[in-house]
Design a protein around this ligand. Structure first.
Ligand code: NAP
Ligand code: GCO
Ligand code: CA
Length: 262
């Protein structure tokens, strides 16, 4: 086999990116589209899906939008069948939809804890379960779970999120183990601290967390959603067909670094 950049292209592939109206999901979907993939995304409300379709159009991308809650298994099963009928079988799944609740653990209600785990861990299971049968039938596929620094590290106030993202790392390894025989590769992307609406409260109005993260990051900057695009296209492409069960941390070096001496 001779090396070819064609292996990094996604022409003819259909990619479902969950929760991709804006933020990381939107940027990842845009990158997959520029690499040749057809983009399908979802959100919780029609008005957000409509906004998303317009935002993709502004980037020159014709995206297919669907309204469903990733935690609702019957809605997910129905949506995947509808997508397969209207767009085609999903070749690439990016489990991106996610929430966080920053509450000190002993003040957190069980309901809040459950809701975070439901979206950040149960839903990636539900959506992967819905797309894998057709991937098997088609001869293979790619599943990419959006993990986190909290798949490896804890910190105050994010107990539910860390538990969910730690579980998502192991779900990634388990899907890789169980379905690798069908030419399905399941990997994770572990973003560091990225400039998105979700982290805005930690970055703005002189929040001390901002300086803290800069001291913990060898790159001495917050990540951008664009930093995640290339690694995601790689894991979605033929070029990574023998990469399976791996979480690729895109964190500017945070996990390798003890932190700048104050
Ligand atoms: P975000 O801006 O909060 O976007 C999350 C998206 O998920 C939104 O479109 C949201 O839709 C959607 N969503 C939430 N619950 C849903 C549900 N039940 N069904 C369908 N869609 C749902 O988040 P982000 O910063 O882009 O992060 C995206 C992913 O990256 C998440 O998994 C997050 O944990 C992970 N991550 C983020 C960072 C970071 O620094 N930002 C770092 C590491 C990992 P609505 O707007 O309608 O709620
Ligand atoms: C936080 C942040 C992080 C990031 C991301 C880091 O409160 O610590 O929101 O959780 O979102 O997950 O990888
Ligand atoms: Ca853009």
């Amino acid at each position: 086999m001779e090396f070819s950049l064609e292996d990094y292209k996604l022409d003819g592939k259909i990619a479902l990116v969950t929760g991709a109206t804006y933020g990381i999901g939107f940027e990842l979907a845009s990158a997959l589209a520029k690499a040749g993939a057809t983009i399908v995304f979802n959100d919780l409300k029609q008005e957000f899906v409509a906004k998303g379709i317009a935002a993709y159009k502004a980037e020159g991308i014709k995206a297919y939008g669907y309204v469903f809650d990733v935690t609702d298994e019957s809605a997910v099963q129905a949506a995947i069948k509808q997508i397969e009928a209207e767009v085609g079988v999903i070749d690439i799944l990016i489990n991106n939809a996610g929430i966080i609740k920053r509450i000190p653990m002993i003040e957190m209600s069980a309901a809040d804890f459950r809701q975070v785990v439901d979206v950040d861990l149960n839903a990636p299971f539900i959506v992967a379960k819905a797309v894998i049968p057709s991937m098997i039938e088609k001869g293979g596929g790619k599943i990419i779970n959006i993990c986190s620094m909290m798949s490896e590290l804890g910190r105050e106030t994010v107990s539910a999120y860390a538990a969910a993202k730690g579980g998502l790392k192991m779900l990634t390894k388990n899907i890789a183990s169980e379905y690798g025989q069908y030419n399905i590769q399941c990997n994770g992307i572990g973003p560091g601290y990225i400039e998105t609406p979700q982290t805005a409260p930690l970055r703005e109005n002189g929040h001390p967390f901002n300086d803290f993260i800069l001291a913990k990051t060898p790159a001495n900057r917050w990540g951008t959603t664009y930093d995640l695009a290339g690694p995601t296209v790689f894991l979605a492409s033929k070029a990574s067909d023998f990469v399976n069960g791996h979480v690729l941390y895109v964190d500017g070096g945070i996990l390798a670094y003890i932190g700048k001496q104050p």
